[in-house]
Design a protein around this ligand. Structure first.
Ligand SMILES: CC(C)(COP(=O)(O)OP(=O)(O)OC[C@H]1O[C@@H](n2cnc3c(N)ncnc32)[C@H](O)[C@@H]1OP(=O)(O)O)[C@@H](O)C(=O)NCCC(=O)NCCS
Length: 297
């Protein structure tokens, strides 16, 4: 535990590899599970991934603010705002925030997904525009999902399910998968995908029908026995269920973030047929009025 009176920190805006390693340590120490070590490494690969850190006298990272300015995204999201627990309430967060605001590209819409106790604070300042949609955090055991998937696929029309083939991602499918993703998201995320799919810790399955990509799904590390699921994109409910069943080949839980407006049959399926836990999670706000978009980066 850090000493509370040690607020002698330096704010660093030009990050080196040492800082990025320290960031992974901060996430681990603060049990901030969204970003295990591998995902921090991923952030270093993209020129649009930015961070400001606070470093104490011993060189330890005690504060972090990250944001993303992906060129094809219409909204730039602030992704992590975190000060080590022993250092909070001494203005470190505010100092990092000032540095970020000096660096964000002028004129762009900024977005933030906030915890309930922070949302009004953000909205009273730089993020006055509330989104109609927040996000849910869902999680379910692979055991319950496997049973549900088997039943759903057993009940489905065999003519439909027999045409679906689920395969591991391979080099010859990447281009088709990226085009499929672009068709759904409306923007080209090739740079992201090429780095993401290279990571050993990420499992990706692709659904094919007559050789054509009709869905895909990724699974990444999260925390202990829980892995993060997503995105899961599919042309039909049956394809989604087939993909999910292939993601349940371990004992543990899968966690995912769903937009709150989502009333898709897939979410209903998880809620009704697995031991799915649903938490109301982030409240989304914007710096300027904008058409809402799903967060996909
Ligand atoms: C949120 C957090 C990063 C602020 O860092 P900090 O160094 O403690 O903040 P400061 O001392 O500079 O800020 C003083 C006050 O301004 C608030 N504040 C800080 N940055 C702010 C911002 N950008 N907009 C609005 N309010 C802000 C702080 O919450 C704090 O409020 P309080 O007095 O009601 O507690 C820190 O409290 C933290 O790590 N919290 C846990 C993680 C978390 O909840 N992160 C936010 C997720 S949405």
């Amino acid at each position: 535990m850090a000493e509370c009176n040690d607020v002698d920190v330096q704010i660093v805006t030009d990050l080196s590899e040492v800082h990025w390693n320290g960031i992974a340590q901060l996430y681990a120490d603060e049990e901030w599970f969204m970003f295990p070590k591998e995902m921090v490494e991923l952030k270093t690969k993209f020129s649009w991934s930015h961070a400001v850190v606070a470093v104490n006298r011993e060189g330890r990272i005690v504060g972090l603010l990250t944001w993303s300015e992906a060129p094809t995204a219409s909204v730039h999201y602030v992704s992590t705002y975190l000060v080590a627990s022993g250092y909070r309430g001494h203005g470190i967060g505010a100092r990092m925030w000032d540095q970020m605001m000096k660096r964000v590209t002028p004129g762009r819409i900024l977005g933030i997904d906030a915890d309930p106790d922070m949302v009004e604070k953000y909205r009273s300042r730089e993020f006055p525009y509330r989104s109609e949609h927040g996000a849910y955090r869902i999680s379910f055991s692979t055991e319950s999902a496997l049973v549900a998937c088997k039943k759903a696929l057993g009940d489905a029309d065999e003519n439909v399910t027999s045409q679906i083939q689920i395969v591991a991602m391979s080099d010859d499918l990447i281009e088709q998968m990226i085009a499929y993703d672009q068709g759904l998201c409306g923007r080209n995320r090739e740079t992201f995908w090429r780095e993401y799919l290279k990571m050993d810790c990420v499992a990706t399955k692709v659904a094919l029908r007559q050789g054509k990509v009709v869905g895909f799904c990724c699974r990444a590390p999260f925390h202990q026995e829980t892995k993060r699921l997503g995105p899961l994109f599919a042309d039909s409910f049956e394809i989604g269920v087939s993909l999910l069943s292939h993601m349940c080949d371990f004992t543990g839980r899968l966690a995912a973030i769903r937009p709150q407006r989502d009333e898709c049959p897939f979410l209903q399926f998880l809620l009704q047929h697995t031991d799915c836990k649903l938490d109301s999670a982030a409240n989304r706000s914007f710096s300027r009025k904008c058409p809402d978009e799903d967060r996909v980066d």
